[in-house]
Design a protein around this ligand. Structure first.
Ligand code: PNS
Length: 160
């Protein structure tokens, strides 16, 4: 059984994340979507909300589950018998930071990171941009799953 982790903040999950998760699910026997908590960072959605949204959108994949982690990703991978970390690369600008993390994670635990090129239609997509555009009233409904769009519009309306 080859198990991979797709880690991230997922605040919130976008169609670009889903593209990577779906492709990881084709490559590995099982995929754990690992939602980083990191209490030092302020988030629009709580960890439970992010897990709920991901669980709903990943329900159609038989070999994908969603979990949270607080601490080192390599500790999570060890505890869950994860053999590889899968990360999407949108552009060259992602590469330096992702390479640094991959090498640090490898030096901590020997775990491999597998980079998957983001599909071109999602290469500009980031949770931070989705939130910013939505906060100014822009329509990002085509860039996130329907359940995320509903929660995003609700949350932003509460903040107005
Ligand atoms: O969606 P993001 O913000 O790109 O996700 C980054 C994440 C959560 C994958 C990364 O920050 C992470 O792995 N954090 C856990 C803490 C850790 O292991 N840090 C060392 C990374 S080399």
């Amino acid at each position: 059984m080859r198990r991979a982790a797709c880690p991230g903040s997922f605040d919130p999950v976008t169609n670009g994340h889903l593209d990577i998760i779906a492709r990881a699910a084709d490559l590995f026997d099982e995929v754990v979507v690992a939602v980083g908590v990191n209490k030092a960072k302020s988030r629009l959605f709580s960890a439970d909300e992010r897990v709920d949204m991901l669980t709903e959108v990943c329900a159609s994949y038989g070999n994908v589950r969603v979990d949270v982690f607080d601490g080192l990703l390599t500790d999570f991978c060890r505890a869950h018998d994860v053999h590889a970390i899968v990360k999407g690369l949108r552009a060259v600008s992602d590469f330096d930071y992702e390479l640094q993390m991959a090498q640090m994670n490898s030096s901590l635990s020997g775990i491999e990171t597998v980079f998957v090129p983001t599909s071109p239609e999602y290469s500009f997509l980031a949770s931070s941009l989705v939130k910013e555009v939505a906060a100014f009233g822009g329509d990002v409904s085509g860039l996130v799953p329907g359940n995320v769009w509903d929660r995003l519009t609700d949350r932003l309306a509460q903040r107005r």
